[in-house]
Design a protein around this ligand. Structure first.
Ligand code: UFG
Length: 344
């Protein structure tokens, strides 16, 4: 009898920016992937792009993870070896204005996921964020660097979900990994999937590409009076495909039973600080264009400088970032041009 040895991974929020790239990398690494998404914050562009890159229709379930019955039905239909949870709201400012929206959705969906994972024995990978470190005293930050009180409900949900996972792993004999992303940017080299912000982008790179293509008039660089070399903030910008590959390493570590501890945390960054001004200049240079930008006052809630020590991920996951900032920014620009062709 034919026996399918392939492992199956659920990707919640798989039609979004990070989820779509992770789906591609998992499928290319030989995993069966089921995408589940309520499409509340995206259209079908990335889903179609994923299918085009992989050359097949990917299993897709339109559902909301806050709906307990829908979650139960999903886990009754499929037997997942691991799941990766991305389905969440992610706008920092909106979370300050409407905290209940964030707490209800981001915590409620993860609680349902955890209950289903517990019942079915599914390994859990949670998408956390470097935002848990706040403004760190020592840089680069390691996984041992202290978490700081969150400055937004969004950031708070990341910390709380990490804690939910840690406690469930401890109490129920589950296995879980939290990946703390630094600043994911760029797009797939095919230019078929990428970031699709709704309305005015909050994040730097979509604002840069939209300004370059003429959708926005001018980029504002928030603050040039920080005590950094050029006065602008420092971040660790991580290529989205590199970031996606870290998920393949983490899932494999879980399903192959290679974990040192049942709950593990890894920083996913490059270890390289880049200033806002450096990023803008690199974008202009690699894409051979001039960007319209001005210096503006600091943005409330921004940390001055943060970058990762990615050493633990390299040692334990066998993962490290490989793509250069210019490569990543060229991909981001190719994606913006693709969106223009699509009329988006
Ligand atoms: N920036 C600008 N102009 C813009 C947008 C951003 O100068 O139009 C600057 C910001 O001030 C910051 C840098 O570009 O110095 C990066 O900003 P992003 O908004 O792209 O990213 P953040 O570092 O603010 O965001 C990260 C994560 C989020 C998380 C947030 C919490 O990507 O998921 O930290 O503070 F919510």
């Amino acid at each position: 009898m034919a026996y399918n040895m392939k492992k199956t991974v659920l990707v919640s929020g798989g039609a979004g920016f990070i989820g779509s790239h992770v789906t591609v990398e998992l499928a290319q690494a030989g995993y069966d992937v089921v995408i589940a998404d309520n499409m509340s914050n995206c259209d079908e562009t990335n889903y179609k792009g994923v299918c085009a890159i992989l050359g097949k229709e990917m299993p897709f379930v339109k559902m909301d993870f806050c709906d307990t019955e829908a979650v139960d039905a999903l886990f009754a239909k499929y037997r997942f070896d691991a799941l990766i949870h991305f389905a969440a709201f992610k706008a920092v400012g909106e979370s300050v204005d409407d905290p209940l929206k964030y707490y209800t959705n981001n915590l409620g969906s993860f609680l349902n996921i955890l209950a289903a994972a517990r019942k079915s024995g599914t390994h859990v990978l949670f998408s956390s964020s470097a935002t848990v470190y706040g403004e760190p005293e020592k840089k680069p930050v390691t996984e041992q660097s202290p978490r700081q009180p969150a400055t937004s409900p969004y950031g708070n949900t990341k910390q709380m979900c990490e804690d939910f996972l840690r406690d469930c792993v401890k109490a129920y004999g589950m296995h879980g990994i939290a990946l703390r992303y630094f600043n994911p940017i760029g797009a797939h080299p095919s230019a078929l999937i990428g970031e699709l912000p709704r309305g005015i982008p909050n994040n730097l790179v979509p604002f840069i590409t939209q300004t370059a293509i003429g959708k926005r008039e001018c980029l504002r660089i928030f603050g040039n009076d920080y005590p950094t070399e050029d006065g602008t903030c420092l971040r660790d910008y991580i290529d989205i495909v590199d970031l996606a590959r870290a998920h393949v390493c983490a899932v494999t570590r879980m399903v192959e039973d290679k974990m040192d501890e049942p709950y593990e945390i890894f920083n996913i960054g490059t270890g390289r600080p880049v200033s806002v001004l450096e990023l803008v200049t690199a974008f202009e240079k690699v894409n051979n264009l001039k960007l319209n930008y001005v210096f503006a006052p600091r943005r409330a809630g921004d940390v001055m400088a943060i970058w990762a020590d990615p050493g633990l991920a390299e040692r334990k996951l066998g993962w490290k970032a490989t793509r250069t900032v210019p490569e990543t920014l060229a991909a981001a620009w190719a994606w913006e041009k693709h969106l223009q062709e699509l009329g988006l």
